[in-house]
Design a protein around this ligand. Sequence first.
Ligand code: COA
Length: 172
Amino acid sequence: MELQIVEGGLHQRDQLLRLYQAVAAIPGGLIRQPAEVTPAYIEEFTSESVSHGLMLVAMEGEELVGDIHAHTPPIYAFSHLLTDLTIMVHPEHQGKGIGRKLFNAFLARVEKDYPHILRVELYVRRHNTKNVQFYTSLGFETEGVHERKIFAGNGRFETPLQMVWINPGYRG
Ligand SMILES: CC(C)(COP(=O)(O)OP(=O)(O)OC[C@H]1O[C@@H](n2cnc3c(N)ncnc32)[C@H](O)[C@@H]1OP(=O)(O)O)[C@@H](O)C(=O)NCCC(=O)NCCS
């Protein structure tokens, strides 16, 4: 079935909840615990992405199989940022190129329609080399290391990297 990438919104809250719960059910997929993937969480990031950010979803027919979103913090000093970028592809559809298509569409849209955005920011766990390489291949650069910022239980910690993509379409 042909993949379509379209803008996401609150009307997809139930499908988004199912997508995020499916990813959270797999250890290491999402920083949140499965019980922390609530309707309120979905509604919060969807609302902020739609009203001051960007959210795209991948649709296979009627099925929502992926999501990418980021938002601009609502204060003047950070109005040139799209931050906390999150991308999810349903576990049954991973490894088929959907994540790359979503990300390419997102960055192309920022370059074309978001001339006020200079930086697109995300966090990725350092040990997740597959994701780090994926983001690097898209033009993201590592600019920070947050040693043991993530508590993983049982006295274990994980270290996220902060990565940034600079918008070539930035016009100030
Ligand atoms: C990360 C994620 C969004 C990637 O989406 P995807 O649809 O599986 O990715 P794609 O099939 O488009 O592959 C993108 C790249 O990832 C890498 N990749 C994908 N599967 C891989 C695998 N099994 N082993 C190694 N690298 C792999 C490759 O670099 C690939 O690049 P290519 O286009 O040159 O082959 C998806 O795996 C996912 O949702 N993971 C769980 C949640 C997560 O980690 N989200 C990111 C944190 S917010």
